[in-house]
Design a protein around this ligand. Structure first.
Ligand SMILES: [Zn+2]
Length: 219
């Protein structure tokens, strides 16, 4: 009888220690929950004024529904969360609320770099000119194929990527998706890709290669 009690006791102790070891390992390997969110569009059309004026969230009197969280309001919230940098790589950018968000970040001193497609930067309604006139650094892809990415990285920490162009049609009419994540294994390759494209499409580099050509011809 005593022997059985001892075996059961030792077994329970071993089980308890194993469980504690597992919890310790889990906490050590995963110090905090990594933020992930998936958003689908089209988004319901609601007022998003409170995101731009958080100090007076109930001041808007427009006719749209207020106080409703949507995919678009979540997207705006994530973009506005940037405190140091925003690297944006987007094919088409004509959405005025998204433009307003980028301008607001620029006004707060957030470093912004925008990389876009040269053909779509010139279409009617594109907000790229507005960003440039505000003093935001914009580079257009110089390649012969479309620069078709749609991703943004905030503070080198938070990635937004998916099918969504930054247009009104994409937000309000199309079936689209975005993934918002802090997962380093996903964020880091996008930072690397942005850097690669940013350097590749540096206008100085482009002009330089043109300057060099005649010299090569002479030689
Ligand atoms: Zn409103």
């Amino acid at each position: 009888m005593m022997w059985t009690v001892k075996v059961v006791g030792l077994g329970m102790l071993a089980l308890s220690l194993s469980l504690e070891l597992l919890i310790w390992l889990f906490r050590r390997l995963k110090p905090g929950r990594i933020f992930n969110e998936v958003l689908f569009f089209p988004s319901e059309i609601v007022c998003v004024e409170h995101i731009f004026t958080p100090s007076s969230p109930y001041s808007c009197i427009c006719s749209l529904p207020h106080g409703v969280e949507t995919s678009f309001s979540r997207l705006l919230h994530h973009i506005m969360s940037a405190s140091n940098s925003l690297d944006l790589c987007v094919f088409a950018f004509s959405n005025m609320d998204l433009c307003r968000a980028v301008l607001a970040l620029h006004g707060k001193g957030v470093t912004i770099r925008v990389l876009t497609d040269k053909d779509y930067a010139a279409i009617t309604g594109s907000q790229i000119g507005v960003l440039r006139r505000a003093g935001i650094c914009v580079r257009c892809d110089v390649g012969s194929v479309y620069m078709h990415h749609k991703f943004a990285v905030m503070d080198g920490r938070l990635l937004i990527t998916g099918s969504l162009n930054w247009t009104l049609t994409a937000v309000q009419s199309n079936t689209e998706n975005i993934v918002v994540t802090e997962e380093p294994d996903l964020v880091q390759p996008f930072i690397k890709e942005f850097h690669r494209l940013w350097v590749h499409n540096d206008p100085a580099r482009f002009h330089q290669s043109h300057d060099i050509k005649p010299a090569h011809v002479i030689v």
